[in-house]
Write a protein that binds this ligand. Structure first.
Ligand SMILES: [Zn+2]
Length: 582
């Protein structure tokens, strides 16, 4: 082989790779997308318009290709896009300065002005709108709000977002919010709090999709349990293919046929490539190494940029995106897959090569045809699944039209604890320690405590499974416990007042010495004050107070006074049931 030939081959090779899609399949894919319509459920053009242009649309012509943006009319047309959800997104860091709502309104404003400025785009509020606008040759435009932080804890804001055209709310973005856990942040609520559940119910009532991209698996399960309408994942992939925490686990995929929901697959390298987690781990190690050696944050940034140059991300392929679709099809079924590419920057460097911008959808559909998907399968994935789910969501809202508007919880729930010593009535203040209160009520509703035992003191061994301990905490030394070899429970307050009792307070603790047995404690004492946040005992357990005894203090005192039976501290009290008052 001559050198010239080798050089020629080197030039031709990348071209050959880009052209491996069979032109006949590509043509067939394009024809199918024309009919579909192709509905993409996530594009971040609004944020780009704010970041790059400060929201100023003057002088911007989206009628010509704008390579510095993640969408424009010609490339959407080339990609066969019939409907696009434009994302209202603000960084969840805005939570810390209470600017989320303000920033969200800027995003709505830019979307609505964008739609008014382009005759090719029209706002769609319903599934019927999508089909009508698509038939008219325009691109149906919808709005999705990416991050529950933007409602700032207010169902009124949720309703106003709906009035402005929003048709989905992603419950969290990268950070856990006060009422829902994110996949990529601390697990604070074990899913949704009670208020989080009311967000789901209110979205059902007003006719808005609950979007479960970005949320933790437990939040997904909670939302699927509560929702009376199909949910969506506006831009999520399968965890079995790429074990990124933000992807959807199989047990959740299995819940979709019953719920009717749809997972819309994205094209982001990080969430597509099975090799991503290994690369992330190496990057993390490199970062730690840089932090250990360098003080200057700028130098660390430069260092990690160098590292990324030398260690490029494994990327991902069109075939791997199809692998995610294959998997979701296998586990959830063909009726539960859609597309939500999540184009969010220019140049497509964050996307899978081959799917770098909004013109490239037909290449993915050609790959699915190559794998034996039928025309009908493609029509479903492209948009019919979403339309079907949207109609179900609209129907659910109609059915709930007479339901009362949910208000932010005023904060009270009554719970009756029936014991063999008598009944105790507890008022749960859900606004106080909302996470633990929500957990408590969830366990109450699930019958978790029924048939459980009151322990007079903490027992630290041999508790397993679902057994729950309800303690009556006493201040000061506890002879029975000491006999077991444990130090006295000396509850202390870490605040300014000198409270030493948990009396009359219902609280729950986690992550204490009993974590391995996954027990929760309810501590009931006889002091009717809730101002005892920050109570701790020397075992390091935190007790979050969220309720008070409102009747049955005589029962509590009787339990406190009853003798423990020697070294094993057999519970003197049996709980028959714990029920929420209707
Ligand atoms: Zn996202």
């Amino acid at each position: 082989m001559t050198l010239v030939l080798v050089a020629l081959l080197a030039l031709v090779a990348p071209l050959a790779a880009a052209q491996e899609t069979d032109p006949a399949l590509l043509a067939r894919a394009r024809a199918i997308l024309e009919r579909a319509p192709l509905i993409d459920t996530h594009n971040d053009l609004p944020s780009m318009l704010i970041e790059r242009k400060d929201g100023d649309l003057a002088g911007l012509d989206l009628g010509v290709v704008q390579p510095q943006l993640c969408a424009d009319i010609p490339r959407l047309r080339e990609g066969g896009v019939g409907a696009q959800y434009w994302s209202v997104y603000t960084d969840s860091a805005n939570m810390r300065t209470n600017r989320s709502l303000h920033e969200a309104l800027r995003e709505f404003d830019v979307v609505l002005r964008l739609l008014r400025s382009r005759p090719e785009l029209e706002l769609a509020r319903t599934a019927d709108d999508i089909e009508r606008i698509h038939r008219s040759g325009r691109i149906a435009s919808l709005i999705g709000v990416e991050g529950g932080h933007m409602i700032e804890g207010s169902l009124a804001v949720l309703r106003i977002f709906h009035e402005l055209g929003a048709r989905y709310l992603t419950l969290t973005h990268w950070d856990t919010v006060e009422w829902a856990d994110s996949a990529t942040d601390r697990n604070e609520h074990e899913g949704l709090t009670e208020f989080g559940e009311s967000v789901v119910r209110e979205a059902n009532r007003i006719g808005m999709f609950v979007d479960l991209s970005h949320v933790s698996a437990e939040t997904m399960r909670d939302a699927l349990r509560v929702s009376r309408a199909p949910v969506i994942f506006s831009h999520s992939n399968a965890r079995a293919i790429d074990p990124h925490p933000r992807n959807v686990p199989d047990d959740v995929l299995q819940l979709l046929p019953k719920n009717g929901g749809v997972v819309h697959v994205n094209f982001i390298k990080e969430f597509v490539s099975p090799a991503d987690p290994e690369w992330q781990a190496r990057k993390k190690a490199a970062l730690e190494d840089l932090h250990a050696r360098l003080d200057d944050e700028k130098a660390v940034e430069a260092g990690i940029a160098e590292w990324e140059k030398a260690n490029p991300h494994p990327g991902g392929t069109i075939g791997q995106v199809a692998d995610h679709i294959d998997h979701i099809r296998k586990v959830a079924g063909i009726d539960h897959v859609g597309i939500g590419a999540d184009f969010y920057d220019a140049g497509g460097t964050s996307m899978v090569p081959g799917l770098k911008d909004v013109s490239r959808y037909p290449y993915l559909f050609a790959e699915l045809l190559r794998r034996g998907y039928t025309d009908d399968d493609l029509l479903k994935i492209a948009g019919r699944n979403h339309l079907r789910a949207m109609r179900q969501m609209e129907q659910a809202a109609l059915a709930l039209a007479g339901a009362p508007e949910a208000q932010r919880s005023a904060g009270a729930a009554r719970v009756q604890i029936r014991t063999d010593h008598g009944d105790i009535e507890v008022e749960v203040d859900t606004a106080r320690a909302p996470a633990t209160a929500a957990n408590f009520l969830r366990y109450v509703d699930g019958g978790f405590y029924d048939g459980g035992r009151f322990h007079r003191t903490v027992r630290l061994s041999n508790q397993s499974g679902q057994a729950v301990k309800i303690e009556v905490i006493q201040a000061g030394a506890n002879p029975a416990r000491e006999r077991e070899g444990f130090p006295p429970i000396a509850l202390e307050r870490t605040g300014t007042t000198g409270l030493r009792h948990l009396d009359g307070v219902v609280s729950m603790a986690r992550d204490g010495p009993d974590t391995a047995t996954s027990d929760f404690f309810i501590c009931i004492g006889d002091q009717p004050s809730l101002d005892q946040g920050g109570l701790r005992n020397p075992d390091g357990q935190g007790f979050a107070a969220f309720g008070r005894v409102v009747s049955g203090m005589d029962v509590v005192r009787a339990i406190q006074a009853s003798p423990a039976d020697g070294q094993h501290l057999t519970p003197p009290v049996t709980i028959r049931s714990v029920r929420r008052h209707p």
